[in-house]
Design a binder for this molecule. Structure first.
Ligand SMILES: [Zn+2]
Length: 534
C-alpha cells in the first residue's frame, strides 16, 4: 500500500509541466560529481571531531573551531565571511577529572563534571549519601544531613535493557507515518520555565548545608555519560562541584549505601572558566547572488556541542555537511540569482541561542520591548510565546532556510514543517535523488533545533529527514559521540542534496511560499488542569 502511494507520488511529480525548468539537471550532475569524486565532508568532520574536539560554546575549542571554519570558507572562495557575536556567558572547559570509589573496594568510576560546575580544588574524599532531591520541597527532608558528604541527588532507577537494535534506517512504513498532519497545540505558559530556577536553588541549598559535591545518575545505561549543565551565565555558575556518574556505577554506589556502610568516593576535578569574552559567535559565509533584490537562501547547522564525546554526530556532521555543500556549490562555479548564505550556529545546546540571535538581529523581534529581557534557557522557552511579532526590514529577504542536525544519516527526504504549499516544488527538487534513497516530502513539523525560531516568525525553515542510525539510541550528547559513528557515504549524499536544494532555492523563479505571519493563538484546551510538580 505504502509503495503504491509513493509510486503515484513520483508519477505526479513527473507530470508537472514545469518540471525540468525549475531544476537545472546539468547543475545537479556537477554537484553530484563534485560531492562524490572530490568530497571533503569526512576530512572536515574528522578535523572538527578529532583535532579540535568537543566545542562547548565559548570554550577554547569552540574559539578554535570558529577560526578554523572561517578560514576554510575563505579558502573555498566564499565571500563576506564573518562572525556575529551575541551575549552568552562564561567559557568553561575540563582540564581533567577523576571519580573513584575508594571503599569498600577501589574502583575507577565513569563520570564527567557537569558543565559549568567548579573544580573540586584538590582531591575530595567523602562518604556518599543517597538523597534524591527533585524539587524544592525535598530540601526539608535532607536539611542537616548533608554536611561533608558527596550527595547523590538522583533517585536511582533499576535500569533497562535495549528493546531494539541500536542502529537503524527508516523503513518505507516509518517514512509514510511522517506524512501525517498533526494539529498544532498551544498552552498559555511553558511549565518548564518554572523548573529552571531549581538548579540554582539546589546549588544554594547544597552549599548552605555544607555538601562537598553532588552527583547525578546518567539517564542512559551502557556507561554513557553526558555532562549537560545550564548555569552558564556570568554570575550564575554553580558553587558546588557536580559530576554525572554512569548509571551502572551510580546504582552500585546506591546499592552499597543501602546494604552497608556508605561507600567513600574520591573526586578530583580541574576545570577552567574563561571570562575574557562573554560573546558567543555565529559564523556566516556567502556565495553572492547576481540579483541584489532577490534576497537570500540559507543553510545552517550548529557548530557547538557538549563535551562528553567529540561533538561528531551532534553536530560536527551537520556542520561538515553544510560546509561541504558550500564548497561544492563554490567549486561548480554556479552564479546563483539569490545569495546563498551559510551559518554555523553557537549556543544551540543551551537553547538555540545563536540562531535566535540571528533571528532577532535580522528577521524579527517578539514581544513588547519593555518586557523583562530573558536570558539563556528561559529565553529559549519563553521566546516563542512573546507577542506581537515585529518583522525587521530584512524579514522578507530570507527566502528559505535549511537545517541539518540529526546526526550523520543520509537524507531520506524533507519535512515541509506544515508548509503544505511547498510540497510540489520540493517533490521536483528531490526527484533526481530518488535513486539515492531520498524521495519523501512529508508534512511533519520538527522541533528542537535551529530552524525553530525562523518558523516562529513566519520564515520558511525546513529540516531534512535523515536516517537515525545510532544517533538517538547511543550517540546523541554522549561520551561516544565520536567520528567512529559517522557514515561517509551518508554524509556525501546529504551534502549533495543540500547543495542541490540550495541552488534550486537560490535560482527559483519565485521565492518559496511563506506561512502566514504567526499571531497569538488561542489556548487549545482551556479546560485542562495541570500538575505543577510535573
Ligand atoms: Zn544538535
Amino acid at each position: 500500500m505504502r509503495r503504491l502511494l509513493l509510486a503515484s507520488a513520483a508519477l505526479f511529480a513527473l507530470a508537472v509541466p514545469a518540471f525540468g525548468q525549475s531544476v537545472d539537471r546539468n547543475q545537479v550532475n556537477r554537484i553530484i560529481d563534485e560531492g562524490t569524486t572530490r568530497s571533503q565532508v569526512m576530512p572536515i568532520a574528522e578535523h572538527l571531531a578529532d583535532v579540535i574536539g568537543p566545542r562547548l560554546t565559548n570554550s577554547p575549542q569552540m574559539r578554535q573551531a570558529e577560526a578554523w571554519t572561517m578560514a576554510k570558507f575563505g579558502e573555498w572562495g566564499l565571500k563576506a565571511v564573518h562572525r556575529e557575536g551575541f551575549d552568552f556567558g562564561r567559557g568553561w572547559s575540563i582540564e581533567r577529572s577523576s571519580v573513584r570509589m575508594v571503599s569498600p573496594r577501589p574502583i575507577q568510576l565513569t563520570a564527567i563534571p557537569i558543565a559549568w560546575t567548579p573544580s573540586t580544588g584538590g582531591t575530595i574524599s567523602a562518604p556518599v549519601i543517597v538523597a534524591p532531591i527533585k524539587r524544592e520541597r525535598d530540601f526539608d527532608k535532607w536539611r542537616g544531613k548533608l554536611k561533608g558528604k558527596i550527595v547523590m541527588v538522583t533517585l536511582p532507577d533499576t535500569g533497562s535493557e535495549p528493546g531494539e537494535g541500536a542502529f537503524k534506517r527508516y523503513t518505507a512504513d516509518e517514512l509514510g507515518k511522517l506524512d501525517q498532519y498533526q494539529q498544532p497545540t498551544y498552552a498559555a505558559a511553558d511549565r518548564r520555565v518554572k523548573r529552571l530556577d531549581f538548579a540554582k536553588k539546589l546549588d544554594a541549598f547544597l552549599k548552605a548545608e555544607g555538601a562537598l559535591a553532588y552527583a547525578t545518575q546518567s539517564r542512559s545505561d551502557g556507561k554513557l555519560v553526558h555532562g549537560e549543565g545550564y548555569l552558564f551565565g556570568v554570575g550564575d555558575t554553580p558553587s558546588v562541584p557536580g559530576v554525572e556518574i554512569a548509571a551502572e556505577d551510580y546504582r552500585r554506589l546506591a546499592r552499597l549505601a543501602k546494604s552497608g556502610t556508605a561507600p567513600t568516593v574520591e573526586i578530583d576535578t580541574v576545570v577552567h572558566y574563561d571570562d575574557s569574552d562573554r560573546n558567543a559567535y555565529d559564523i556566516i559565509a556567502e556565495i553572492p547572488g547576481t540579483d541584489p533584490k532577490a534576497g537570500y537562501v540559507m543553510a545552517g547547522a550548529h557548530l557547538d556541542s557538549w563535551v562528553a564525546g567529540d561533538g561528531a554526530a551532534d553536530n560536527g556532521a551537520g556542520t561538515a555537511m553544510v560546509m561541504e555543500a558550500a564548497r561544492i556549490i563554490a567549486a561548480t562555479g554556479v552564479r546563483p540569482k539569490r545569495t546563498i548564505r551559510f551559518a554555523l550556529w553557537a549556543g544551540e545546546e543551551q537553547g538555540l541561542l545563536g540562531s535566535l540571535a540571528y533571528v532577532e538581529n535580522h528577521l524579527a523581534t517578539r514581544g513588547n520591548p519593555n518586557d523583562p529581557k530573558q536570558t539563556g534557557l528561559a529565553l529559549y522557552m519563553g521566546w516563542s510565546n512573546r507577542w506581537p511579532i515585529t518583522p525587521r526590514p530584512g524579514w522578507g529577504d530570507l527566502a528559505a532556510y535549511f537545517n541539518l542536525d540529526n546526526g550523520s544519516g543520509k537524507v531520506r527526504g524533507i519535512y515541509v514543517e506544515n508548509n503544505q504549499a511547498v510540497v510540489p516544488t520540493f517533490r521536483e527538487w528531490l526527484a533526481p535523488f530518488a535513486s539515492m534513497g531520498a524521495n519523501n516530502v512529508v508534512i511533519r513539523k520538527t522541533g528542537g533545533t535551529d530552524h525553530v525560531f525562523m518558523q516562529a516568525v513566519g520564515v520558511p525553515g525546513f529540516q531534512f529527514i535523515q536516517d537515525p542510525l545510532d544517533y538517538d539510541s547511543r550517540v546523541h550528547h554522549t561520551s561516544i559521540d565520536t567520528f567512529d559513528h559517522l557514515k561517509g557515504a551518508d554524509m556525501r549524499q546529504a551534502s549533495i542534496i543540500l547543495a542541490s536544494f540550495l541552488v534550486n532555492a537560490a535560482n527559483a523563479e519565485r521565492a518559496l511560499p511563506r506561512p502566514p505571519l504567526p499571531t497569538q493563538p488561542v489556548v487549545t484546551d482551556p479546560y485542562a488542569y495541570s500538575d505543577d510538580d510535573e
